[in-house]
Design a protein around this ligand. Sequence first.
Ligand SMILES: NC(=O)c1ccc[n+]([C@@H]2O[C@H](COP(=O)([O-])OP(=O)(O)OC[C@H]3O[C@@H](n4cnc5c(N)ncnc54)[C@H](O)[C@@H]3O)[C@@H](O)[C@H]2O)c1
Length: 259
Amino acid sequence: MTNSPAQVFAGKKGLITGIANDQSIAYGCAKAFRTVGADLAVTWLNDKARPHVEPLAQELQADITMPLDVAVPGQLEAVFKEIAGRWGKLDILVHSIAFAPRADLQGGLLDCSAEGFAKAMDVSCHSFIRMARLAAPLMKDGGTMFAMSYYGANRVVPNYNVMGPVKAALEAVCRYLAFELGPRGIRVHAISPGPLKTRAASGLKDFELLLNEAARKAPLGELVDIMDVGFACAYLATPFAHRITGGTVYVDGGANIVA
Ligand SMILES: NC(=O)c1ccc[n+]([C@@H]2O[C@H](COP(=O)([O-])OP(=O)(O)OC[C@H]3O[C@@H](n4cnc5c(N)ncnc54)[C@H](O)[C@@H]3O)[C@@H](O)[C@H]2O)c1
């Protein structure tokens, strides 16, 4: 390798959505992409989240910082308008966003309301399609898109409830987008991290049990951290991974292979 890691992404532009705090998976992704030289756009959910995210955006020397609630009409379009105006292109897109109403998340799937199901699916899954539609025209030299999934997409994980079907849909969305965008040199990955103690995870019942189980099962013997996820994404966005697309990439110490 002639390039130092810091130069691999020099001049590359990445939009990172889903940073809530310094424990967010999106923050690990942002840090990893910045470490290898990418310029970043970072979003926060709303005014309440902004004071937690803005210092992180500053630390990451983000060129663009903006609010983004994918459920608010026009906000996603505004982010991409800013990116088009400031950068004129995009190379990397990270969707690290999930939401389900608490009552629907904490009850069993049988009791999930139509409204709660639709909300979870819209924020956690369809928003990735909307993002991809806006990002693709800016990925003029190709690009890489990521969405965060979880093992509960394919196997029943107790207490994951409505998010299981939502993540299954998200993984299917990644496959179909990879198919549609492949001819334009755009690759799409579902990333499936092992459990991480984040704010989103705190909404799941008995999350500690999941952490213990993951550590026990993982052949590599340890829980993953957000930088493991970030650097896996960074690798997948390099030319070294330019023939990989559409699949679900597990970053879980191998836990998914163990019964
Ligand atoms: N923590 C885990 O164990 C784990 C494991 C696998 C996958 N994931 C997935 O990783 C992703 C990131 O979650 P995390 O664990 O880092 O937690 P997190 O709470 O740090 O991040 C979730 C993010 O979603 C954002 N969000 C929620 N509703 C939104 C909306 N309407 N518009 C825009 N943003 C919105 C929140 O602001 C927050 O930044 C999620 O898709 C989650 O399902 C998490």
